[in-house]
Design a protein around this ligand. Structure first.
Ligand code: WT7
Length: 647
């Protein structure tokens, strides 16, 4: 198969921060002399006390530990705000576009943002929040979400953002896990003209969280929401009396910055912990090189702050680099499918970073919605969250970018803090569907099932050899789980959970998760999590969930459900279970197919053979593999015969 190759455009090769030669040189140096490379690269940060130790890292069980810039001190909010005031205080830091286009945008300068962050930080302090305390943020995509994050970073509180699409149950679980005593929310969120009852969800969640003593409520839509006396504070009233000065707290490089929960293959979601120094260097460096970012350019990452992409590339990376970062509250399809590109025109966005799932949904609406807009300001496009299929890639490239904008297909994870494998627009010829080449300091390797390295072209499990500054440091409250999840499968390496192919040119092609994690619209879901939600229903005896191909979402959710004896497995129950899962986890976990299964394919020792269920989910019965170890092979025939077709 001959792969299409899109050479680096001449103007990019000439003008970019990193051209091909520089990439090769810098990459080689980052691997051969990491201490020297990172000592220099870390100078992008204003350290309060400079570090003398660059790194102390080991993935071996005997002396396991990850520490970067160990004895340095800094404050991230000062790096994102204070240091810009003299040079770009009046530059717009956040360009906010609300859900309803008739409401009009908000432009917040670095000076305004600094003042808002200080006021809010002082309010947090007044409510007793101290360095190291956990603050749960359950806010829509509004500038106050960024204010809240930066205020936490300013006083050394650890923020834990819970995506505003998660259910009260999911929220309660995350509040309890990190033992946070304060929640920041809004009356309601707005998405595509629909209201999301955020405060009501918080009230519901807090029935299970007796430790929460403060809820700060942003009046966003102005809806009348009940306030609990002594616990709930109106945001505006709370900050009104606060000073616009707040000294940033001196943080050690390894002091925690934030927790972000993400799904794994087993158990409940893990609280991924990132720390201050390494994350700051990594988010800032990757944002600059991946997007060839120059201060003042209008940059838009369309991710929600509830995901890591929103942390690193809506807020922290861009603001550290003096960017004007666009925040969009709404959805790509409202009021119609031109919305993204209208915003691009309105703000003259130069760099746009989005998810394949949104592109696929827009692609289906036809080219006219794109062509109705100019998009002449666009110079660079980015993709993140899941593999981008060649069809979506070429639509993005040809229709949205009119063939003049490189696409950076960035592979990374919540755990990695920032981009790990990506093309650089001035350095890398593009192959549609390939995340291409490693970022500086990243040494990807492919291993076979036995842990043997695959060299040259080949396919295997993607691991990373050695640490990088943006790496997560632990699972909140469970360091042993951190080690077991990521470092025990292949001794001495960080295991990503992804499969990957490397071609003759050294390009990496992510093939998707090889564990029991599925990627629904770029959002990670643990199959075990959905299964435990299903079995929590009183009519369900057993459940097994697998991914299935889905045209828009990339992967959909396919659930096999065995009901309790005597239960009528009918359409009503199907609807009830869909509603139940949405209620237990949130709408992103909505099952696409529920198949009632009188029995699941199990080995004689009782282990569910997911391989077979995946095949059935894929509607591919040709290659079920060896079924001879099944306790009852007829179970499979029954499942095939009764496979429902998705609506
Ligand atoms: C998983 C991580 C990256 C931040 C947002 C998602 C998949 C991510 C790509 C890409 C192919 C990708 C991987 C990864 N993934 N980016 N460019 N090409 N796959 O973060 O929720 O932690 O999910 O998303 O499977 O392991 P996340």
């Amino acid at each position: 198969m001959v792969e299409a190759l899109y050479p680096v455009p001449a103007d990019w090769a000439q003008n970019a921060l990193i051209d091909e030669t520089r990439y090769q040189e810098k990459y080689a140096r980052s691997i051969d002399d990491p201490e020297g490379f990172w000592a220099e690269e870390a100078q992008r940060i204003d350290w309060i006390k400079p570090f003398s130790v660059v790194k102390q890292t080991s993935f071996d069980e005997a002396d396991f530990g990850i520490s970067w810039f160990t004895d340095g001190t800094l404050n991230l909010s000062a790096n994102a705000l204070d240091r810009h005031l003299a040079t770009r205080g009046d530059q717009v830091a956040i360009l906010f576009e609300p859900d309803d286009p008739t409401t009009g945008e908000r432009r917040i300068t670095y000076r305004d943002l600094h003042a808002q962050v200080c006021r809010f930080a002082n309010l947090l302090k007044a409510r007793g929040v101290r360095k190291g305390d956990r603050v749960t943020i359950y806010l829509p995509m509004v500038p106050e979400a960024a204010v809240a994050m930066l205020a936490c970073a300013r006083i050394g509180a650890i923020h834990s953002i819970v995506f505003a699409g998660f259910s009260p149950d999911a929220l309660a679980g995350r509040i309890t896990d990190c033992d946070s005593s304060i929640v920041l929310t809004a009356d309601q969120g707005l998405r595509g003209g629909k209201r999301v009852p955020l405060k009501a969800n918080v009230d519901e969640a807090l029935k299970d969280c007796p430790g929460v003593g403060t809820v700060i409520v942003l009046a966003h839509t102005g809806a009348d929401v009940p306030m609990v006396e002594g616990r709930d504070i109106d945001w505006a009233a709370g900050v009104a009396g606060q000073s616009a000065d707040c000294e940033p707290v001196e943080m050690a490089a390894e002091d925690p910055l934030f927790i972000l929960y993400t799904s794994g293959s087993t158990g409940k979601p893990k609280g991924v912990l990132h720390t201050t120094g390494g994350y700051s260097v990594w988010a800032s460096m990757t944002h600059e090189y991946v997007f060839d970012y120059r201060p003042g350019q209008i940059y838009w990452c369309a991710a929600d702050i509830g995901w890591v992409t929103g942390h690193s590339y809506v807020v922290y990376g861009p603001l550290m680099n003096g960017a004007t970062t666009v925040m969009f509250e709404g959805v790509p399809s409202y009021p119609d499918a031109s919305r993204f590109w209208q915003i691009v025109d309105k703000f003259e966005v130069e760099i746009f970073y989005g998810a394949p799932t949104a592109l696929r949904a827009l692609m289906r609406e036809g080219d006219d919605f794109v062509k109705a807009t100019s998009r002449k300001s666009l110079r660079l496009l980015g993709s993140v969250g899941e593999p981008i299929n060649p069809e979506a890639w070429s639509w993005y490239y040809n229709v949205v970018g009119e063939g003049r904008c490189p696409i950076v297909d960035t592979w990374w994870q919540t755990e990695t803090g920032g981009v790990m494998i990506t093309p650089l627009p001035g350095a890398t010829a593009l192959k549609p569907g390939s995340a291409s080449k490693p970022m500086f300091g990243v040494k990807p390797m492919l291993l076979d099932g036995e842990g043997k390295e695959i060299t040259g072209a080949g396919e295997g499990c993607l691991v990373v050899a050695g640490s990088w500054p943006g790496q997560m440091r632990t699972v909140w409250g469970d360091h042993e789980r951190f080690f077991q999840t990521y470092f025990s499968t292949f001794k001495g390496f960080y295991f990503t959970g992804d499969g990957c192919r490397r071609d003759e040119d050294g390009y990496y092609w992510i093939t998707g998760r090889i564990d029991d994690v599925i990627n629904v619209s770029g959002h990670r879901m643990g199959t075990a999590e959905i299964e435990s939600a299903l079995v929590a229903h009183h009519k369900v005896a057993e459940a097994a969930v697998v991914g299935m191909p889905h045209e828009i979402k990339g992967q959909g959710i396919y659930a096999f459900v065995t009901t309790n004896v005597g239960v009528e497995a009918d359409e009503d129950l199907r609807r009830e279970l869909v509603k139940w899962v949405r209620h237990e986890i949130g709408p992103i976990a909505t099952p696409d197919v529920i198949q009632f299964a009188p029995g699941l394919p199990k080995t004689r020792s009782g282990k569910i053979m997911r391989r077979i269920l995946r095949k059935i989910g894929e509607n591919d019965f040709s290659n079920l593999g060896d079924t001879s170890t099944l306790a009852d092979p007829s179970v499979v025939d029954n499942l095939i015969a009764n496979r429902p077709q998705p609506a």
